[in-house]
Design a protein around this ligand. Sequence first.
Ligand code: GAR
Length: 193
Amino acid sequence: MKKRIAIFASGSGSNAQKIMEHFKHSDVAEVVLLLSNNSDAYVLQRADNFEVPTHVFDRHSFYHTDEVLNILSNLQVDLIVLAGFLWLVPQNLLQKFPNQIINIHPALLPKYGGKGMYGDKVHQAILAAKEKESGITIHFINEKFDEGEVIHQARFKIDPEDTLDIIKFKGQQLEHQHYPRIIESIVKKLPDK
Ligand code: GAR
């Protein structure tokens, strides 16, 4: 039986794209749903292109109802993948999916993580600190921002002349290269239902 993945994303969705590409013809897993808190997110278009169903929810339903939980349960989702999703995951989902929710962060956690640290803000802070290297972190999530157990990190070198866009590009390349592969290794270890 193929494992069933749900992706949560709030924005452009270049990581979601790579994940959907990776599992499109996979025998290991399939992406069964893409969820977003942002009805204007470009990632919804990307999901349509892969004929992956989508669901948009709002803050109230996410934090004060079991709507999202019930959808994921009914679809028998095995793994939740956050790919540029910027809200904390509520307790009802954390309890239902222990060690089955993962995130990607554009820095070497625990550096440059925490509330408000996402997207360009992370890269600006890295530039301002004149770091000589940075990287990406794939980690399990818990009830705090960017604090769950680290699954995998990958690094890149920062040259003195690197601009924000270059650092961003280097990080994004690493994310695209590693996230689908790490997701596959995690789903392979999940028990059969
Ligand atoms: C990615 O760089 C991801 O690491 C980051 O959002 C970006 C989403 O890009 N996530 C965080 O900062 C979480 N704290 P994408 O929409 O092109 O995949």
